[in-house]
Design a protein around this ligand. Structure first.
Ligand SMILES: [Zn+2]
Length: 352
C-alpha cells in the first residue's frame, strides 16, 4: 500500500543541538567553497531520490476515487467480480430455463424447481404452527359446519385433477373472515367467513379459490421465486455496497413479491371459478360472495401495498370471466351430476 513520503525528521536537518555546550565555531577555511566543487553539476532529484520519484509516479496514476490512504475500490470495480457474476448468471439462466413449466388451465409459463414432496416438507412447520395456535379450536368432523364445508370441498376436489392428494379440511372456530390452504392440500376455514359465504355456492367460491392455489402449486412457485430474489438481493447488495440493505428489500417487496402475490391470487380466482362451474355450482355466486366480503371488510389497505387484489378488482375480473364459466357449467352435464356425486362420496380417497 502506498504511504506518502514524509518530510525528513527534524533532527536530521536541525541546527546544532541545544544540548551542546556553547556556540559552535566553524573553521574559516571550511566556509570558503573549494574550486571545482562550487561549479560542479548538481545531481538531479531523480538520481538522488529514485524511490520518492517512483512513489510520486504511482500516486499520479491512482484512480480518482481514491481519496484516503485506506480506501479500497468497491467490489464491482474488480474485474474478477464481473467474471464470477457472469458465470453465475449464465449457469443460473440455464437452470432457470430448464425449470420452466405451465400452470394448468391458464397455461402461464413459470419457474418451478420444488418437487411436491419438498413442498409438503416445507409446509409441515406451518402446519405445526397453525395446529399449536388453533388446534384446540378445530371443530370435530361431526359438527354441522365441518360437514357442510367438507361436502362442498369433496365436489370441487373431484374435478380438481388432484383427487389422489391427501386432502384435509379443518374448520376453525375463530372470528376471522378467512380461509387458506397449505401445500399438500390442508385447507383451513374459519367460522368467521361462514356468514359471508351464506350457502354452498358461496362456500364453493371460497373453496374453489383455495383448491386452485393447490392445483396451480402457487406455494411451490413462491418458494422457487424466493431463491431468485435472494440471489438478486445478494448481487445488488454487492454492487450497491454502501447503500442501505432495507432499500433493496423494499424494492423487491413492493416491486416483485407483492405484484407476484396479486398475480397468483387473480389466477386462483380464475381457476377457482372454472372449478366451481365444473363441479356444477353457480359461478355467479362468486361475484355475490365478494360483494358481501367487500361490505364486511371495508377498511382494507391500498392495492399496491397489499398481497391481494382489491375486492372491486376481483369482482371486475370475475364478471369478465363469467361467460366462460357459465359455458363450462353448461358443458359439465350438471343435470346428472347429483347421481355421479353420490357414487363419488362413497369412493373418494380424500382423507377427512
Ligand atoms: Zn388466495
Amino acid at each position: 500500500m502506498y504511504r506518502p513520503a514524509l518530510p525528513l525528521p527534524i533532527h536530521a536537518v536541525a541546527a546544532p543541538s541545544l544540548l551542546s555546550a556553547g556556540p559552535r565555531t566553524v573553521p574559516v577555511a571550511s566556509r570558503i567553497p573549494q574550486w571545482g566543487t562550487l561549479h560542479a553539476p548538481r545531481p538531479s532529484f531523480a538520481a538522488t531520490h529514485p524511490a520518492t520519484v517512483q512513489r510520486r509516479h504511482q500516486w499520479n496514476r491512482r484512480p480518482d476515487y481514491v481519496y484516503f490512504e485506506n480506501t479500497r475500490p468497491p467490489i464491482y470495480a474488480r474485474r474478477s467480480f464481473w467474471g464470477y457474476a457472469g458465470v453465475c448468471l449464465g449457469l443460473g439462466g440455464v437452470y432457470y430455463m430448464s425449470h420452466l413449466e405451465e400452470v394448468p388451465l391458464t397455461k402461464r409459463r413459470r419457474f418451478l424447481d420444488i418437487t411436491p414432496s419438498q413442498e409438503e416438507i416445507l409446509a409441515r412447520s406451518a402446519y405445526k404452527q397453525i395446529m399449536t395456535e388453533y388446534g384446540n379450536r378445530i371443530l370435530p368432523p361431526s359438527h354441522p359446519y365441518t360437514r357442510f364445508v367438507k361436502e362442498v370441498a369433496v365436489r370441487l376436489i373431484a374435478v380438481s385433477g388432484m383427487p389422489d392428494l391427501n386432502w384435509e379440511v379443518y374448520v376453525v372456530d375463530a372470528p376471522e373472515k378467512n380461509a387458506f390452504v397449505l401445500p399438500g392440500g390442508k385447507i383451513f376455514v374459519y367460522t368467521g367467513i361462514l356468514p359471508v359465504v351464506q350457502d354452498e355456492n358461496g362456500m364453493a367460491a371460497v373453496l374453489g379459490h383455495e383448491i386452485a392455489h393447490q392445483v396451480a402449486r402457487h406455494s411451490a412457485e413462491k418458494m422457487s421465486n424466493m431463491k431468485i430474489v435472494i440471489l438478486l438481493q445478494v448481487l445488488l447488495a454487492l454492487v450497491l455496497s454502501g447503500e442501505p440493505f432495507w432499500l433493496s428489500r423494499i424494492f423487491f417487496d413492493l416491486g416483485i413479491m407483492k405484484p407476484f402475490s396479486r398475480k397468483v391470487e387473480t389466477e386462483a380466482d380464475y381457476i377457482g371459478l372454472l372449478l366451481m362451474a365444473q363441479a356444477c355450482y353457480d359461478p355467479r355466486a362468486a361475484v355475490d360472495m365478494w360483494q358481501r366480503m367487500s361490505m364486511a371488510t371495508r377498511n382494507e389497505p391500498p392495492q399496491y401495498l397489499s398481497t391481494h387484489p382489491s375486492h372491486n378488482e376481483r369482482i371486475k375480473m370475475l364478471s369478465k370471466w363469467m361467460p366462460e364459466a357459465i359455458n363450462k357449467r353448461d358443458l359439465s352435464n350438471c343435470a346428472t351430476v347429483g347421481s355421479f356425486l353420490d357414487q363419488f362420496y362413497g369412493s373418494a380417497r380424500a382423507v377427512w
